[in-house]
Design a protein around this ligand. Structure first.
Ligand SMILES: [Zn+2]
Length: 434
C-alpha cells in the first residue's frame, strides 16, 4: 500500500501545472514577526482559543477600527478560508484582515487598554479546521485514487468545494477517493506542522510546488499528504469525523465537487433522513422503497395523463360534431359559435382543432379567463383566413392574436366581451361587418 502510494505520488509530481497560484493551500507562508508585524499564534497552535496580546496600533477607518496586535490567534481571511470571529476585551471582532506582515482586527471601537485578551469563536474555527484539513485529504485522495489534481478550493458557510483539473469524473472515482479519504480519517493519523526554507520544501514530496520564498509552513498528514499552507488544521485526522462528497457540477473544463466534513455531515445526514422519512410517510412505504415507488407513481401518472388526453380528444371530437350538426348550413357553410368555461380549456382547444376534419365549417371558440382566449378554426383548406380574422377581432377588443389560415389563436382582455367578440368575428366572416 505504502509503495503504491509513493509510486502514485511520483506520477503526481510529473504532471504539475502552472495554475497553482489559484490554489488555496499555497497562499501563505510563515511571516517572521518583527516591529509592526503580528506573530501568528495559530501557525504553531491551531487549538489556541484565548490569548493575551499588546495593542501596537489602532487606525480609525470607515469600516471601524483596525486594531494591530503584537500577537494573535485570530485567523485572517485568506487562501479560501474565512476569517475567525470572536472578541478582543469583550468587543466583537467583525473581520480579520491579512495585510501581509500584519494582521488587522476590525472592531467597532478601540479597546480601552493596550493589554487585551482575545477569545476566538471556537465552534466556527473548529468547523473550518475540519473543512480545511478534510480538503487536504480529499484533494490528496483524488490524486492517489484517480490521478485528478485539485486546481482551486473554496470554503463556504454551508459547503465547501474543490475544482478538479478534468472535465469529467466517474461515480466510481468519486467513491474510491471518498473511501480513501475516510480511511485516512478513521486511522486518526497525526497532522504535523513543519517549517522549512522554500528550496528545501521544494525537494520534499509536496502535493503541489510552492511559489513562495523564505520560510514556508508545511502541513503534513502523516504518510498521506504534504502541502504548503498557512491555514488552520486539526491535529489528528480523526477530528474531521467524516468527509462526504455531496454534489458534482461541471464548470467549463473542470469538475466542481461540493463536500462536507465533520458536524456538517451529521447535519446533512439528519436533513436527508427527515426528507426521506417524510417521503416514505407520504407514500406509506419504508424509506428504502421510496425511489421504486416514486418511479412507479411517475409512470402511472404519465399513463393516466395520456389516457386522459386520449379520452378528452375523443369527447372533443364528439362535441365538435354535435355543435357542427346543431348549426344550419348557410351558403354551404356552418358557423359554430361557442363559449367554454375555464375548466374546459383543454377540451375547447381540441374542439376547435376537430373543426379541421369536419365538412365546410368555421368554429369560433371562446374560453373564459383572464385574459380570455379565442380559437378560430375551419375545415382543412377552407376559403376564409382564420389568422386574419383573429387578428382583426382581437384588435377591436384590446387583445392580440394571429395564426395560420386554418387555425388561429388570440386573447381578448375582458372576459365579459367574449360573446360580443365572437359575434363581431362572425359578422366579418359573413360580410355583414367590414
Ligand atoms: Zn490547509
Amino acid at each position: 500500500m505504502a509503495g503504491e502510494t509513493r509510486a502514485r505520488r511520483d506520477f503526481r509530481h510529473s504532471c504539475v501545472g502552472p495554475s497553482w497560484y489559484n490554489c488555496a493551500d499555497d497562499w501563505e507562508i510563515l511571516r517572521v514577526t518583527g516591529v509592526g508585524k503580528t506573530e501568528r499564534l495559530y501557525y504553531t497552535d491551531s487549538a489556541l482559543r484565548e490569548f493575551d496580546a499588546r495593542v501596537l496600533e489602532v487606525r480609525e477607518g470607515s469600516e471601524g477600527c483596525r486594531v494591530y496586535l503584537d500577537r494573535t490567534a485570530f485567523y485572517p481571511a485568506s487562501g479560501g478560508q474565512p476569517s475567525d470571529c470572536g472578541t478582543l476585551d469583550g468587543l466583537n471582532v467583525l473581520e480579520v484582515v491579512d495585510e501581509g506582515a500584519a494582521v488587522a482586527h476590525i472592531l467597532e471601537r478601540a479597546p480601552a487598554s493596550t493589554a487585551v485578551h482575545g477569545a476566538i469563536s471556537w465552534q466556527r474555527r473548529f468547523d473550518y479546521m475540519q473543512q480545511h484539513t478534510g480538503q487536504h485529504i480529499l484533494s490528496a485522495a483524488f490524486e492517489a485514487a484517480a490521478g485528478l489534481k485539485t486546481v482551486s478550493f473554496h470554503m463556504g458557510e454551508e459547503a465547501s468545494s474543490i475544482d478538479l483539473d478534468s472535465d469529467r469524473v466517474s461515480q466510481r472515482q468519486i467513491e474510491e477517493a471518498e473511501s480513501l479519504a475516510n480511511q485516512v480519517v478513521f486511522e486518526d493519523r497525526p497532522v504535523h506542522i513543519l517549517f522549512r526554507q522554500a528550496d528545501v520544501a521544494q525537494q520534499m514530496d509536496l502535493r503541489k510546488p510552492t511559489a513562495r520564498e523564505g520560510e514556508v509552513r508545511l502541513v503534513q498528514v502523516e504518510n498521506f499528504d504534504l502541502s504548503a499552507c498557512g491555514g488552520t488544521h486539526v491535529s489528528r485526522t480523526g477530528a474531521i469525523g467524516l468527509i462526504l462528497v455531496r454534489r458534482i457540477e461541471r464548470i467549463r473544463q473542470r469538475v466542481r465537487l461540493e463536500f462536507l466534513c465533520g458536524a456538517r455531515c451529521l447535519r446533512a445526514a439528519r436533513a436527508d433522513f427527515h426528507i426521506l422519512a417524510e417521503a416514505g410517510l407520504l407514500l406509506s412505504a419504508a424509506p428504502a422503497k421510496v425511489p421504486e415507488l416514486v418511479r412507479k407513481q411517475a409512470a402511472d401518472v404519465r399513463e393516466a395523463l395520456k389516457t386522459n388526453g386520449d379520452l378528452t380528444r375523443r369527447v372533443a371530437q364528439y362535441r365538435a360534431r354535435e355543435l357542427w350538426a346543431s348549426q344550419p348550413q348557410n351558403e354551404g357553410r356552418r358557423i359554430v359559435r361557442h363559449i367554454f368555461e375555464v375548466a374546459e380549456r383543454l377540451e375547447a382547444r381540441m374542439v376547435a382543432q376537430a373543426a379541421g376534419a369536419l365538412d365546410s365549417c368555421v368554429f369560433l371558440v371562446g374560453i373564459k379567463g383572464k385574459p380570455s382566449t379565442l380559437y378560430f378554426a375551419q375545415s382543412a383548406g377552407g376559403a376564409a383566413d382564420m389568422g386574419a380574422l383573429v387578428k382583426k377581432t382581437c384588435a377591436a377588443f384590446n387583445g392580440k392574436g394571429g395564426g395560420a389560415r386554418d387555425f388561429a389563436q388570440g386573447g381578448v382582455m375582458e372576459e365579459t366581451k367574449l360573446a360580443e367578440a365572437l359575434e363581431y368575428a362572425e359578422g366579418l366572416l359573413t360580410g355583414s361587418r367590414k
